[in-house]
Structures are given as structure tokens and as C-alpha cells.
Design a protein around this ligand. Structure first.
Ligand code: HEM
Length: 489
């Protein structure tokens, strides 16, 4: 009894010291991310949280000062914080968290799955990305920083804004305030969950604080998976659509809910294999995976898929400007033992090891950040809305390249091109290696107004559909607190 008590006391002390460090160092961090030990207490029923009062929230929403909320988010978006510097300057643009907030909103909403015609799962409503298991999914790396930054706005507005409304609204504001489509609109009214229970069927992995619990059995491996016939056998396998335990995973065990960005690797006997290239990723096979995930699992049309990926990858950048070989990261321990804070070598509580990727206070931050391991922006002005994504994809020839981290990506063959500093993922290039997608890319590259309108419609659907409100207009009909941003000059 006594040793167990001491062990749990020691764990409590360590956890509270860690919590203290997070808060001192990163104000409001703990508002955005619930520590796993607390979440597991909720799931086991040993801890209890006050349930979200939906009726009171909906009634209070009628008095929400939407222009003030917009202003708070836009101010935050362009005031770079030393504890997590905003991107932009490294790409010759202004500092902005627009891309980070956009990815946050997309990853929160992108859990949406169509189960059948009338039933859905996932979606951002519930804000379960704050909770285990979503907050430990590798797909969500560094989104704890985005939630921590938005904690400042949550602190200001308190119960007047739910986390799920804040996350989806912040993503929409990021687009609007960066010069995005004129027809963006938004409705409030999402409730927050007290734990991540509803996300467990979507996938569990990366659990460090949950050993020995029945909740924590990782289903990281797909029980039924396959390779494309032309794919290298050693490459990652793709999850079948129907998993035996009703898990609503996306195409890959690796990404859990989304698409594998590097794309399938061709086998040496496949058509298109070129030994002289630095990698053998296939945009053509990747297109099959994009459609499998976006259409079959999430319910998007091809047009919506192209608009969403192109619009999403107009702002922001990928992060992998660092070779971690020889560090703890390089040895295969990508996460520390204290949960999804600074995903770092054990013990440092800071990003990638000092001296390997930046020095001192800059280590692991800003230009030295590693999130996905890919590196670079998709467009020449990643802090401001633009039309480079489709245009450059058609205008340039893209050749296989490696990020400093070592990931397989693509760069312009013409190294003097005006797009030479931009990059593409294999999953981006998929959109020009599939006939149907390519026709839409061509249309968008020449008709910006059409692209803007389609993107705004698809984004609205993305932000508003969830298990509780499976149809895009459900929130508007039920709560009716909406904005067309008419107050934005
Ligand atoms: C085929 C589907 C997709 C793949 C494979 C993919 C993959 C990625 C990857 C690897 C990153 C880099 C993350 C990092 O290192 O920080 C990223 C960033 C981003 N993605 Fe996607 N993505 C997809 C679709 C989307 C969609 C549909 C949206 C929104 C509608 C979106 C919005 C973003 C944004 C805004 C960023 C920039 C994040 C930042 O600046 O910090 N993505 N995506």
C-alpha cells in the first residue's frame, strides 16, 4: 500500500510541476489541452466534470459580441508570441498564425465520418481535440500550441464561447482576415464534450499516460490492410474501409484520420519507377487514397475535395526544417512522456534538441519547428490569401525532393522559378494526376471567383457538420446565431 501511495504522490508532484511549467511558460496552455490523467479519470468514472449546459449556452449566444470576438482573434493572429513564434517571416511574409489556426479547425472538423445516410460520427462539435485520445494523435502534432494561443481568447470570453465554436470560428476568421473568400459565413452553437470518449472509435495511439488501462489498447496497426498492386511491399499499408471493431479510421494507420501525405511508394517493377530519383512516391496512386478518404469516408465530392485541399494549402506551411539524426528524436522516440506538450526528446520539455535544430530560445520554434517533417510553404504569401496553389501546380514541373527532416516531398524542377521556394506534398500533386481532379484544378487556376465560392461553401460544410449536427444547416436552424462577417471593412 505505502509504496503505491508514494508512487502516486510522486506522480502527482511531477504532474503539477509540469502543469506549472506549462502555464508559466505558455500562458493558457492548460485551457486548450486537458492533461491525459484527468481525461482518463473522466473515462474511468473516478473523476467527474460539469456537463456542458447547452440550453444556457444557446440562450447566452444571442448576446455574443461577434465583432469583438473577431477582433480579439485577428489581433492574436498577427501578434507573434515568443513562446511559439508565428510563421511568415521565414517565407518573406508577415508573421501570422493564420495557417496554424486553419489547420487546427480542419483537423478538429476533419474527424467527421459518414457512417450511413442518416448517421455520422466525429466533427469538431465536442472539441474533443482538447482531450485524449485526439490530443495525442500524430496528425495533431503542435496543435496544442494553437489551442494554447486561443486560450487567451477563451480566457477573455469565458462561458460565452464554447471551445468547439472558438476553434471553428478562429479557423474561419484566419481565412477572412487573411483576405480569403468574400462569401465565408459562420454559425455558432456547438457544445463541448467533457472527455474524448466519442473519439476512441476513430483511433487511439501515442498513449503515454495510460498504461494498463482497457481504454488504452492502441489500435495503431490496421487489422485488415492492403497495398496497391504497384506499391512497394515495404511501404506503409493502407487500412481497409471497414475495420472489424467499427473503427472509423481514414485510409492509413499512420495518419489515423486523414491521408498519408508522402503517398504510396512505387515498387521497382512498377511503371514510372525511376531509380535516379531521390524518392519513388506516386501522385497517381496517392489520388486513389485522397478519393478513398475524402469521398468514401468523409462524404466529399471531387469538386469539394479539390477546393478544400487547394484552399487549405493556400495559407500556412509545413514544418520540418531540421535533421534530427543522432538526437533522441532520431532514435525513434518522437514524443516525451508528459503528453502532447513540446513533442521533444525526453526530459528537455522543449522542441527538438538544442543545437540540432536551432539554439537556445529558438530551439524547436519558429523556423526550427518540426511538426510533420515536411518543409516549406505551398504559396509565395502563406500569410495572405492568394491563387498560387493551383497555378503553380500546372505551370511548373515538380521533381522529387527531400525535406531537411528527410521526408519525401516535391520541388520545382526550375530552380529559378518564382515558385522555387514553395513545395508540394505527393497528396497535393495527386490533384493533377487524376483526370477528374485535374479538370477541376484547371478550372480553378483560371477562374478565381469560382474557386473562392466553392471553397467558401465547402469550408462552411466542413466547419458545421458533426455527429450532433450531421447536416450543414442544422446549427443555423437550431440556434440561429450566424454571421456573414458584414462588419468586416
Ligand atoms: C490530402 C489531404 C491533406 C493532407 C495529406 C495534408 C497534409 C498536411 C501536412 C503534412 C501539413 C503540414 C503540417 C505541419 O508540418 O505543420 C499540412 C498543413 C496544413 N494543412 Fe493540410 N493536408 C490535407 C488537407 C487539408 C485540408 C482539406 C485543409 C483545410 C481545408 C488543410 C489545411 C492545412 C493548413 C492550413 C496547414 C498549414 C498549417 C500551418 O501553417 O501551421 N489541409 N497539411
Amino acid at each position: 500500500m505505502a509504496p503505491m501511495f508514494l508512487a502516486s504522490l510522486a506522480a502527482t508532484v511531477v504532474l503539477s510541476v509540469t502543469a506549472q511549467m506549462r502555464n508559466d511558460d505558455f500562458p493558457f496552455y492548460d485551457l486548450g489541452t486537458i492533461p491525459a490523467w484527468k481525461d482518463l479519470g473522466y473515462l474511468r468514472g473516478t473523476k467527474h466534470a460539469k456537463p456542458f449546459d447547452k440550453e444556457a449556452y444557446h440562450s447566452d449566444l444571442k448576446h455574443l459580441d461577434i465583432p469583438r470576438l473577431y477582433e480579439s482573434i485577428t489581433k492574436l493572429m498577427v501578434s507573434s508570441k515568443a513562446f511559439w513564434p508565428a510563421d511568415g517571416p521565414q517565407d518573406g511574409d508577415i508573421p501570422s498564425y493564420a495557417g496554424l489556426f486553419g489547420r487546427l479547425a480542419w483537423h478538429c472538423s476533419g474527424t467527421f465520418r459518414l457512417v450511413n445516410d442518416t448517421h455520422a460520427a466525429g466533427g469538431c462539435e465536442g472539441a474533443r481535440q482538447r482531450h485524449w485520445p485526439e490530443n495525442e494523435w500524430r496528425d495533431n502534432t503542435n496543435l496544442d500550441k494553437a489551442r494554447g494561443l486561443l486560450g487567451q481568447v477563451k480566457q477573455e470570453f469565458g462561458a460565452n464561447i464554447s471551445w468547439s465554436d472558438l476553434i471553428t470560428f478562429a479557423g474561419t476568421v484566419a481565412l477572412k482576415a487573411s483576405g480569403g473568400p468574400k462569401t465565408l459565413r459562420f454559425c455558432f452553437g456547438r457544445s463541448d464534450d467533457v472527455d474524448g470518449a466519442k473519439s476512441i472509435p476513430l483511433g487511439v495511439e501515442g498513449v503515454h499516460q495510460c498504461r494498463g488501462s482497457r481504454f488504452c489498447k492502441s489500435n495503431f496497426e490496421c487489422p485488415t490492410a492492403f497495398h496497391w498492386p504497384e506499391q512497394n511491399e515495404k511501404d506503409h499499408a493502407r487500412c481497409n474501409l471497414t475495420q472489424p471493431d467499427n473503427r472509423l479510421q481514414a485510409s492509413h494507420s499512420v495518419g489515423l484520420i486523414y491521408v498519408y501525405p508522402e503517398g504510396p511508394e512505387l515498387s521497382p517493377t512498377a511503371k514510372g519507377y525511376k531509380p535516379e530519383q531521390v524518392h519513388q512516391r506516386s501522385p497517381r496512386l496517392s489520388a486513389l487514397e485522397v478519393r478513398d478518404t475524402f469521398h468514401r469516408r468523409m462524404g466529399w465530392t471531387d469538386r469539394e475535395t479539390v477546393a478544400l485541399i487547394g484552399g487549405g494549402h493556400t495559407l500556412g506551411r509545413t514544418h520540418g526544417n531540421c535533421n534530427l539524426t543522432g538526437t533522441q528524436w532520431g532514435k525513434g522516440t518522437p514524443y516525451n512522456d508528459v503528453g502532447p506538450y513540446f513533442e521533444a526528446s525526453p526530459g528537455t520539455l522543449r522542441g527538438p534538441t538544442d543545437g540540432t535544430c536551432g539554439h537556445g530560445a529558438a530551439a524547436g520554434r519558429g523556423a526550427n519547428t518540426v511538426s510533420s517533417g515536411f518543409e516549406g510553404p505551398w504559396t509565395r504569401t502563406p500569410s495572405r490569401w492568394n491563387y498560387d496553389f493551383f497555378h503553380a501546380m500546372l505551370a511548373e514541373e515538380w521533381e522529387p525532393a527531400k525535406s531537411p527532416f528527410g521526408n519525401d516531398q516535391w520541388r520545382t524542377k526550375d530552380r529559378k522559378s518564382k515558385y522555387a521556394k514553395t513545395m508540394r506534398l505527393t497528396a497535393d500533386l495527386a490533384l493533377v494526376h487524376d483526370e477528374t481532379y485535374a479538370a477541376i484544378v484547371k478550372e480553378y487556376a483560371s477562374d478565381y471567383a469560382k474557386f473562392d465560392a466553392d471553397f467558401a461553401d465547402a469550408w462552411y460544410k466542413l466547419m458545421h457538420r458533426s455527429q450532433a449536427h450531421p447536416k450543414e444547416e442544422d446549427l443555423r436552424k437550431e440556434v440561429g446565431v450566424c454571421t456573414n462577417f458584414e462588419f468586416v471593412k
